[in-house]
Design a protein around this ligand. Structure first.
Ligand SMILES: [Zn+2]
Length: 85
């Protein structure tokens, strides 16, 4: 991955923001776990080291969040509730 400027400069907070959004058609969460057994532990380990952008400030961003849900988007139905990992 390319880095166009130093991450650490005075008054600047930069870092790597990883955004993942996967949809596994016709699979339950258990089936996804069975197919990718290293995915959940890796996500949990990464989440444990992640931090919020502007933590404690009015413009704090929730950048330590991972959820899954049964998605019924393509069926035109409401999705099931999101579960935090
Ligand atoms: Zn959905």
């Amino acid at each position: 991955m390319h880095v166009r400027a130093p991450l650490k400069r005075e008054g600047i907070m930069a870092g790597t923001r990883l955004i993942i959004n996967f949809f596994f058609k016709d699979k339950t969460p258990l089936e996804v776990n069975a197919e990718f057994p290293r995915l959940l532990p890796a996500i949990k380990a990464a989440k444990a080291k992640a931090s919020k952008i502007n933590e404690g400030l009015p413009n704090e961003e929730m950048t330590v969040t991972v959820t899954y849900h049964i998605c019924r988007h393509d069926d035109g139905d409401a999705c099931d509730g999101k579960v935090e990992i």
